[in-house]
Design a protein around this ligand. Sequence first.
Ligand SMILES: NC(=O)c1ccc[n+]([C@@H]2O[C@H](COP(=O)([O-])OP(=O)(O)OC[C@H]3O[C@@H](n4cnc5c(N)ncnc54)[C@H](O)[C@@H]3O)[C@@H](O)[C@H]2O)c1
Length: 290
Amino acid sequence: MFVFKAAVVGAGVMGGEIAQVIASADIPVLLKDVKQEFVDKGLEKAREVTESQAGKLVKREKLTQEQADAQIEHTLGLITGTTEYGDFGDVDFVIEAVPEKMAIKHQVFADLDAATPGHAILASNTSGLSITEIADITNRPDKVVGFHFFWPASYMRLIEVIEGEETSHETVQAAANFAQAIRKMPVRCAECPGFVVNRILASTASEIWRYQDETGTDVEEIDRALTEAKLVPMGPFLLADNSGLDTALKVAQDMREAYGDRFYVHQGMEELVEQGNLGRKSGKGFYEYS
Ligand SMILES: NC(=O)c1ccc[n+]([C@@H]2O[C@H](COP(=O)([O-])OP(=O)(O)OC[C@H]3O[C@@H](n4cnc5c(N)ncnc54)[C@H](O)[C@@H]3O)[C@@H](O)[C@H]2O)c1
């Protein structure tokens, strides 16, 4: 299946960059959120990433400034922001990137089932929810698939392609092909909480979170020690801040519920989320952002 037009639903931490990745591969894409201000934030993120990528090419003398400016405008011109489903009638592939809550996913998938043509593939960027359960709300569970990007989506190459119980072989293949068309590396995963990467990531982070809660060690000190030792490119507290603490917390809670005590939910993170401090996107998390 060739994707002539794609769509991304949810223009938050992930959605804006996912739309940018698709547009960079020369594919027109709709970017939908519930309010224009959220759509604008996603479009702003897409511009920031596109300008930064083009700027690097100019520095390496691969493009002139004039060529870079034309490329930036071309790429951004392929992204259409919207708060409605009105233009979804001819999309071929949709990526849902709304908050990690089944009720919200179900609402969006029911809306997408009604708004998109029958052949369209409905993909979810969920970090670990059941694809089978998400698909249950639709009349096309064979065309629902997990399509899990990693933060930051414009940079990280991997996409986990997750098969629900009803997902057809054709849909999995089309999703893997689309991942390659947008210059990513698809990896097929079985359906289980956290899939592959978050299961590994959360089990490692669990030990660090547990240690911090038990000892009260400064989070900045832990992040610095781990990065200076070149164990990780970014410490787990800064990574959680960048990903969004509500998302990081929900993933940790889901993993603990699914696999038990070996997964840990950081108490400090719970408190920050209760206070509305969601990391970089809200201006404060483990760190403060201006
Ligand atoms: N943040 C990460 O590092 C990361 C990485 C991989 C996957 N994910 C997954 O991607 C999804 C989105 O995460 P995020 O961090 O971008 O969340 P986010 O909270 O930053 O953004 C979600 C966006 O969805 C919008 N939204 C809510 N209901 C909507 C609706 N009905 N229609 C359209 N838009 C709607 C919200 O207004 C918000 O702008 C989650 O499932 C998350 O688990 C997140």
